[in-house]
Design a protein around this ligand. Structure first.
Ligand code: SF4
Length: 169
């Protein structure tokens, strides 16, 4: 039996993405708010769903959950490498257990984001991380309705002439 099956049988609800599964049992929650204080974007009371895993790297979410005093929140890390979009820094970034191992940077203007650099630490090459970093920026650009101009050679090669990216080019 997986941890998910086990906890759901005990009344936990599951929130998941490709990097982490988060389990929460409302009956066990003591409303101590350690989770909300830890990161109010991931854990936001009143929002539905109140857990949004896209707001922080999986390892950061796991650290916050470790502080839950009641064990109402639990987790299972599925992938130690997480890819996150960091809008304030104009980039997507890759982390391995909290250590930054790559990034895809862009320069934003009102209607266009210019991807200027994509890089991954040499120890992590060949794992498809650079592609995921560019896709993360594309996903965010789509959501905001802005176009992308890939200047960095990697992003240019990835996107040029591809039907799947036509809408953002
Ligand atoms: S930290 Fe745990 S007990 Fe506190 S509000 Fe969050 S889920 Fe509930």
């Amino acid at each position: 039996m997986s941890k998910k099956d086990e906890l759901e049988a005990q009344g936990f609800k599951t929130y998941e993405n490709e990097d982490i599964q988060v389990f929460w049992n409302p009956k066990m929650c003591q409303h101590a708010a350690k989770c909300v204080i830890g990161n109010g974007k991931v854990f936001k009371v009143g929002r539905r769903p109140w857990v949004d895993l896209s707001q922080a790297p999986a390892t950061e979410i796991a650290d916050i959950i470790d502080r839950c005093p009641s064990k109402a929140l639990q987790y299972e890390l599925l992938n130690p490498i997480s890819i996150v979009f960091e809008e304030v820094l104009d980039r997507s970034a890759a982390y391995d257990r909290g250590k930054q191992i790559g990034e895809c940077e862009y320069s934003p203007s009102e209607k266009m984001w210019i991807i200027s650099h994509t890089g991954v630490d040499s120890a992590y090459e060949g794992k498809g991380i650079a592609r995921k970093l560019v896709l993360k920026v594309i996903e965010a650009a789509r959501a905001k309705g802005v176009k992308i101009l890939p200047v960095c050679s990697y992003a240019k090669k990835l996107m040029a002439g591809k039907e799947e990216f036509k809408d953002v080019l």
